[in-house]
Design a protein around this ligand. Sequence first.
Ligand code: FES
Length: 151
Amino acid sequence: MSEKPSYPGNSIMVRPNGPLICSSDINVTIQDADGHLIKQEKELALCRCGQSQNKPFCDGSHKKTEFAAGQEFTDERSEDLPEQSSQSSQHGELIITVKPDAMLLIKSPLTLFSRDGKSVTTRTKGALCRCGASENKPFCDRQHKQCGFKG
Ligand code: FES
């Protein structure tokens, strides 16, 4: 078995057929659209199949619903991250905003990668799909409107 890759600072790992594993050396902060704290941990699994009964968190529903979504991706909007400090804390916490009936918005420097390590990108912002319907997973392509996602 090969070791899954890991990255210092903030990162999000795309698990095949499963959730987004969000990690930070400081904290992963999940907030609602008004900026109210939902949860804060060093590592959190966020639903990307759209079926969790505990959104935005993964509750394992992807297994029951046989959610099929690859882990690999290409990113046309990849960005270089700002210069890292000498501290291990690097770029501060990973802040993710849960938009009602829509995407996860990221506004923090981070590395996004597939569990097999074949896809890797860096970003300071972005929108990730949590409805399960995007044709450009893990990114949001606004399919949440067509599929009538609620959550
Ligand atoms: S949240 Fe899935 S396409 Fe936007």
